[in-house]
Design a protein around this ligand. Structure first.
Ligand SMILES: [Zn+2]
Length: 249
């Protein structure tokens, strides 16, 4: 055999070349050199040398079978009734924290340096550590500035999530410090009302000390729904029914 065609001793993917195998001649006249290989899994096979060198053949087939099994696991899992939520939660987490992603909310995650630990890049590991999402729960971080990793994550109810988010909106008005919602309640406003004022460029003093208009002109349905859709508060709207806490709350 010419030395240039011998691949003996080389490794391609999972395949270790043991010896040169008889070449094969195709009906078109093309002759292909071949090698006897042993796969990391122990299986032996004869592979075309050009396919080994081009990277087309990397294993006895075990590599494709493993990839297919992993893919089936993910997608089969996503389809199972009631269990898809855990998978989509995991996928959302990965996408939010992808610094090269295109999600609008990435600025609150990857944009703040929030990452997913190496172990949880695998859905199987995430599932093993966190278990399935209980009904009515979402994935939350105990430390909002911490990463997605075991120890900092738990399945939280909406109220727990909201409380966690509230820690991000701490304000001080007239010596009273608390989350925006609590301080707004203290001054007789809702979080949405204050948020809207601040968004319009009002300063804190004006936003908290200007009484609401008691007699508003009647508004059309369209303008009310437009206002409602634009008045989404970054804070906890769900706590609007909560009793207002005392000063310092
Ligand atoms: Zn193999």
């Amino acid at each position: 055999m010419p030395a240039k065609t011998s691949l003996i001793g080389l490794k391609f993917g999972r395949l270790n070349v043991l010896e040169t195998a008889p070449s094969v001649r195709f009906p078109c006249g093309t002759v292909r050199t071949r090698s006897l290989c042993v796969c990391d899994c122990g299986a032996k096979l004869v592979a075309m040398n050009y396919a080994l060198k081009s990277g087309h053949t990397k294993s006895c087939g075990c590599l494709q079978r493993e990839k297919a099994a992993a893919s089936n696991f993910k997608h089969g899992y996503a389809r199972q009734a009631g269990k898809g939520k855990t998978y989509f939660t995991w996928r959302n987490m990965i996408e939010r924290c992808n610094p090269n992603g295109h999600r609008m909310d990435s600025k609150h995650y990857s944009g703040r340096g929030i990452t997913v630990c190496a172990r949880w890049r695998s859905f199987e590991n995430f599932l093993a550590d966190m278990g399935e999402a209980p009904k009515g729960h979402t994935l939350g971080r105990k430390d909002n500035n911490g990463n997605y990793e075991p120890g900092n994550c738990e399945w939280q109810t909406q109220a727990e999530q909201t409380r966690n988010t509230r820690r991000n909106h701490i304000v001080t008005v007239d010596g009273i410090t608390g989350c925006l919602t609590d301080v707004a309640h203290h001054f007789g406003f809702t979080c949405v009302q204050i948020c809207n004022r601040l968004r319009r460029g009002w300063d804190m003093q004006k936003a908290f000390h200007t009484p609401l208009l008691s007699h508003r002109p009647a508004r059309s349905k369209a303008s009310i729904s437009a206002a409602a859709s634009s008045s989404q508060c970054p804070g906890p709207l769900l706590l609007r029914g909560e009793p207002p806490p005392g000063p310092g709350g």
